[in-house]
Design a protein around this ligand. Sequence first.
Ligand SMILES: Nc1nc2c(ncn2[C@@H]2O[C@H](COP(=O)(O)OP(=O)(O)OP(=O)(O)O)[C@@H](O)[C@H]2O)c(=O)[nH]1
Ligand SMILES: [Mg+2]
Length: 300
Amino acid sequence: MIMSSKSVFVTIVGRANAGKSSLLNKLVGEKIAAVSAKPQTTRTRITGVLTRGDIQYVFLDTPGVHKAHNKLSEHMLKAVSESVSEGELILMMADCTKKPNESERKLVEGFSKKTKVILAINKTDLIKDKEKLFEVITEYSSLYDFDEVVPISVVQEDGLDIIMELFEKNAVEGPHYFPDDKFTDQPEKVIMSEMIREKALQNLNEEVPHGIAVTIERLNERENRNGETILDIDATIFCERESHKGILIGKGGSMLRRIGSQAREELEEFFGIKVNLQCWVKVKEDWRNREGLIKNFGLD
Ligand SMILES: Nc1nc2c(ncn2[C@@H]2O[C@H](COP(=O)(O)OP(=O)(O)OP(=O)(O)O)[C@@H](O)[C@H]2O)c(=O)[nH]1
Ligand SMILES: [Mg+2]
């Protein structure tokens, strides 16, 4: 008997903060993308993989569309437009508490007529008045002729079965592009640095967290005296200004400790190993406008 094998690639796009990375994590069932309440959390394209039965779903999470305000922004937006032009099936995510904006208008202009586009209107848990939801659906429908429009709530896992069914319908015969037990193509070091950056985003305000980049300098596995395996991780957190460095470190080092311990907990859970995390802070003046540094941080 020949087993059938199918796959489907879904490119997830939309405004910043719509919940794209939250959806990716939920569908894959693993926390692979950083999530925060601040816009422009995602900086590069992140691949998430889910293999269910004979179907492999490959989800491509992208940075949220916004008005570019530095060179890093330009790279992020380029990642989106490239993903859109390559994508066969697009899931555009909107936030039902917001009206369509200029960046979203531009985004839909880039859709090719031969690409299927599903619109998921997220955060329905925040809307009590269903009339309002209907208004938002109408506004988005006048923006583009979507193939399907599905109201969802990622946090309440509402409507996710509906979009999964739509993805399934678009799966085509072909090989699985990733091993069936793999759920991301992100290297371990990138997952680690993103976990640390996410905690910085969640704990800091205004410009400081947006100007942060994290690199992993050293990884070392060892056994401690009690025979436990420990993973030593040395990370450098870069920020853009001397004043940001002070805020990032906090009074007596309190902020850096908080970020470090939250990141450590998550790292231990994800990698299933005891972690000893050491974070250092360095300044790279205005790095988001410097091509060489953007490249060094793997963000080009
Ligand atoms: N109330 C509510 N909040 C949600 C829902 N889905 C996501 N969020 C929240 O929305 C915020 C943004 O989520 P992300 O997943 O980081 O959004 P994103 O679209 O990836 O954002 P960018 O990477 O900046 O483009 C987070 O605070 C999430 O917890 C939802 O269904 N309901
Ligand atoms: Mg994101």
